[in-house]
Design a binder for this molecule. Structure first.
Ligand code: BGC
Length: 779
């Protein structure tokens, strides 16, 4: 085989000796078209190149390109790939994931380019979800910044680091709309809102891919999980989803579409079924919607062994049938399952599939490799020296700290408990106060938890010597030995303190008694959110609430610092703590960033992008719900209304909520018109003033409701926001422009349009505390 292998650099010459059919095409170019070439020229050059290559490929080689294997460090599914090197040599592998570092990736590319007949390079992927080596906050936190430049910057840094580590493909962004915090993967996404989710999706894709995917420091985004994965019933991982098309189009699809429009090179299909058909084999989803309606031209990769699971769903009798279904539906690349490898050849030979179907899937994978510049340099300039100079650069760490501060949400702050003074004594208690591992959270790619700055260290760094810190653990983060054992199998690094919980709490109480203020770092261990980490109880785990109750009894001001990957149910905490700061899973610079906020070096400005419920029974709970025919009205309560007997309808903290150390007041908003003709837009103006005693940032939000339409519309939908910095006393008049598109929705026939009638506009600092106006769209 070795002697017949063609180096990509020799391809152009070698192609001159192609069979007649292939020779009809122009000789392939090995160099990218000139930067000045038009998009059409570039596409034509790619087509020529890939056509020529395809013409040389055997059916088996084409099928090999559709095979994605895992090798190395992380396993996220029930099977692992075997004999990867050998299969690469045989030309039976198109891509590999879970391997990084310059040396390891070079070795793989050498196998592919030097030891296979055609020398086609591999596409090398990895779950780079919120940073690669420099870990940024969990995506749910990033979204809470409402700062798209920050989101894009975090993805850019991840691209710089991962590309320097030999990767060219990242399995991110996860853009699944999620309204059920029991689902552990809410930490990977932007939350419950399609408008904000779409902005985050596009910003992340831009950050990874940059202006030119063939640049050595760009990586191809893989938008996931297409589609509706966040709507798993009961928040239980891998569970069924089912929803109407109207809901799908209006409330769930926008972020995927935005990522596609931003140029995302690939998409990953989801594990769930849609309309009774597993996404991986759903032709309507992958072909009609994605390729035909949206014009997506990139690669669709399956999720981990999801073709093998099609029979388990009950949609195919055999794996062979599942493989045929998946390819015919539009899946191009089979992640780990090797079903394409084992079954497509026979399916083509027996006429159940055409070779053209395999060729199309292969073409898309080769095009992805072409766009990444892999045919010119399979190593993309990766060297150990470049990697050493890139990883965890001071400027990347500085970005991680700066961005982490922006993600933090101040949920409560009575009597100006925060910011803390840089003097006196602080009792720093709680199981997460000195943990590094949990700060970088799940999906922390190649992040090294030892690089993470703990909160204890961050407080020392920021507060300096003027503050005395007394530390006490107070509680284990989890008390259940079985759960600890399970999380430790995935590098949870948790231990169970052998001391009785009363003793741990007593120590913390003693520390509190000697202090001026208590800072309690509580929440979830890293492994309690992320994949396969659904929870049915979303309160603080273990004895942490008992710890807080004991601390409260000391009478000392109680600051609760939350570290968690999902909205939690915190009714006691909200009623009793003096201050609550949501810090998510804050990343490598987490401790410094949290301390910056606690001591006022940064005035918090994060706003929630997912509703926090009062309790699990309220779930699913989200601000953009429908009215129902019997909405509950607390002013005129009535038995036969949509409500619970034992809990209010309102959440603990609504979507968009977040406080600041300063105060903002909103003037009366105004509309530029009360009546619009079709196709017209209008302006909404509102003056926001900083009336408190700190400079600070505010996120002014604009929501819309279509009062009566041909399908019912949500009671409120985010349509715009502005994040502004106001100095103490400063005020600014903001103008939001509502466009004709903002009034549109998908009707029962899935046609997009605006319908005449009354619209209500809501303006305010969150989705609850709004002022209302109204206008009419004329016929
Ligand atoms: C997850 C994906 C991930 C893949 C590869 C799957 O289990 O659902 O999000 O990209 O594994 O690790």
């Amino acid at each position: 085989m070795l002697s017949r292998r063609l180096s990509p650099l020799l391809l152009a010459g070698a192609l001159l000796a192609l069979p007649a059919a292939a020779q009809k095409t122009k000789p392939a170019k090995t160099k990218a078209p000139a930067p000045t070439a038009s998009p059409a020229d570039k596409a034509a050059a790619m087509r020529t190149y890939v056509d020529a290559l395809l013409a040389k490929m055997t059916l088996d080689e084409k099928i090999g390109q559709l095979n994605l294997l895992t090798i190395g460090f992380d396993v996220t599914g029930p099977m692992v790939s075997k004999n990867v090197d050998e299969n690469i040599r045989k030309g039976l592998v198109g891509g590999v994931f879970n391997t990084y570092t310059p040396n390891a990736t070079r070795k793989l590319q050498e196998l592919a380019t030097k030891q296979t007949r055609l020398g086609i390079p591999l596409i090398l992927g990895y779950d780079v979800v919120h940073g690669h080596r420099t870990i940024f906050p969990a995506p749910l936190g990033l979204a809470a910044s409402w700062d798209m430049a920050a989101v894009e910057r975090s993805a850019r840094v991840a691209a710089e680091e991962s590309s320097a580590d030999g990767l060219n493909w990242v399995y991110s962004p996860m853009v699944d709309i999620a309204r059920d915090p029991r689902w552990g993967r809410v930490m990977e996404g932007a939350g419950e809102d399609p408008y904000l989710g779409a902005l985050v999706a596009a910003a992340t894709v831009r950050g990874y891919q940059g202006p030119d995917l063939s640049a050595n420091n760009a990586v191809m985004a893989c938008v996931k999980h297409f589609a509706l994965y966040g709507a798993a019933e009961a928040g239980r991982e891998y569970n069924t989803t089912d929803m109407s098309r109207v809901r799908m189009y209006n409330e769930y699809l926008a972020p995927y579409k935005a990522a596609v429009d931003a140029g995302a090179g690939s998409l990953m299909s989801s594990f769930n079924e849609i309309d009774g058909i597993p996404a991986t084999a759903n032709r309507w989803l992958l072909d009609d919607l994605l390729r035909k309606e949206w014009g997506f031209k990139g690669v669709v990769v399956t999720d981990y062994a999801s073709i093998n699971e099609i029979p388990t769903h009950g949609y195919a009798a055999t794996e062979a049938e599942a493989a045929r279904q998946a390819l015919a539906a539009g899946s191009d690349m089979d992640m780990v399952g090797e079903t394409f490898l084992h079954h497509l050849g026979a399916a083509v030979k027996s006429g159940q599939l055409s070779e053209a179907q395999v060729t199309e899937a292969c073409r898309r994978i080769l095009e992805a490799k072409y766009k990444l510049g892999l045919f010119q340099d399979a190593y993309r300039g990766v060297t150990p020296a470049r990697a050493a100079a890139t990883m965890l650069k001071p400027e990347f760490r500085a970005s991680a700290r700066d961005i982490a501060r922006k993600t933090m949400v101040l949920l409560k702050n009575e009597r100006q408990t925060l910011p803390l003074k840089k003097s006196g004594t602080i009792a720093l208690v709680g199981p997460l106060a000195n943990r590094q591992r949990d700060l970088i959270g799940p999906w922390s790619a190649a992040g090294d938890w030892k690089q993470a700055v703990s909160l204890e260290q961050g407080i020392k760094n920021v507060a300096g010597n003027g503050v005395k810190v007394i530390y006490a653990k107070g509680a284990n983060v989890i008390d259940d030995p079985q759960l600890i054992e399970r999380l430790n199998r995935d590098n949870g690094l948790l231990d169970l303190d052998p001391r009785p919980s009363e003793q741990l709490i007593a120590e913390a109480v003693k520390a509190a008694q000697q202090a001026d203020v208590v800072v309690a770092a509580v929440g979830e261990a890293a492994g309690m959110s992320g994949e396969a980490a659904s929870r049915s109880d979303i309160g603080l785990p273990g004895q942490q609430l008992e710890l807080l109750k004991a601390l409260k009894k000391t009478g000392k001001p109680l600051v609760v610092v939350l570290m968690n990957g999902r909205p939690l149910a915190l009714p006691w905490e909200q009623a009793n703590a003096d201050a609550i700061l949501e810090t998510w899973l804050a990343g490598t610079e987490g401790g410094n960033a949290i301390a910056d906020v606690l001591f006022g070096a940064y005035n918090p400005a994060g706003h929630l992008t997912m509703t926090f419920p009062q309790n699990v029974g309220q779930i699913p709970i989200y601000y953009n719900h429908k009215s129902t025919g019997r909405p509950y009205d607390s002013v005129a309560p009535d038995k036969y209304k949509s409500r619970y007997l034992d809990v209010v309808n309102e959440p603990l903290y609504p979507f968009g909520f977040g406080l600041s150390y300063t105060k903002f007041s909103y003037g009366k908003p105004q509309l530029s018109k009360a009546s619009l003709r079709p196709g017209e837009g209008l302006d909404v103006t509102v003056t926001v003033q900083n009336t408190g005693s700190y400079d600070g940032e505010e996120v002014a939000q604009l929501y819309l409701r279509d009062v009566a339409a041909s399908v019912t519309r949500p009671v409120k939908e985010l349509k715009g926001y502005q994040k502004i910095m106001l100095r103490k006393g400063e005020s600014r008049t903001l103008t939001f422009h509502l466009t004709p598109d903002d009034l549109k929705f998908y009707n029962h026939d899935l046609m997009l349009g605006a319908e005449p009638g009354e619209f209500r506009v809501f303006v305010g600092p969150n989705s609850r505390d709004v002022q209302e106006l109204s206008f009419t769209l004329q016929n």
